[in-house]
Design a protein around this ligand. Sequence first.
Ligand code: PEP
Length: 250
Amino acid sequence: MRKNIVAGNWKMNLSHKEALSLYDSLKTNSNEMDKHTTVIVAPPSIYLSEFSKNKNEKIKLAAQNCSENENGAFTGEISASMLQSIGVEYCLVGHSERRAYFNETNELLKHKVEALLAKAITPIYCFGEVLKERESGNHFEVVKAQVSEALFHLSAEAISKIVLAYEPVWAIGTGKTASPDQAQEMHQFVRRLLSDKYGEAVAKEISILYGGSCKPTNAKELFANQDVDGGLIGGAALKAETFIPVINGF
Ligand code: PEP
């Protein structure tokens, strides 16, 4: 049975004090969180080590990015082995903001995924079309390229260790959410791609999250879809009062 997962992406938000207070409040209220849902938070990396030392079993930690390189002269970068050494279990890869502002390509992301898998960190691989691509009817082709170019060199065993996150760029931070039907349609399409390449048994075990203005008022109807296995949450993950109801949206 594939996992239900809700992951909060804090992006470059929250002072040290605010971040600690949010983390503490999530830990304090973790007994209110759905037992069957894996909960992940991705704070700015500078806070990861401290959070990891004060971990709570329910809340897993993710980095927002990592280097594709193992180590060496890459000023400003953080490696997968560094993340592993402080107990980080997940890492976002290819968020649309990194694709847009840091020129991350499918080819580069392929190497980030490999670097993480080599250190037993679960990549949460993000993909999704921009508005123009949806309006021109190209969204399926775009998503197919993003998924296949970065991931389809992997073995069935390796791809089974990945979490996918469909995040239509036009829905991120805009207040516009994909309708439950639009989300289900794309998730089903991606699961079919996985099934064509790796077989149905593999495809049905891979969690595919939805991201894009997901919040307490729409999480239930999004997560009710057969192929939507949870969410990657931005804005609503910045407060325990909005993140916890999303976690409990199944
Ligand atoms: C995100 O950036 O991953 C995201 C889904 O943001 P928001 O929920 O704010 O749209």
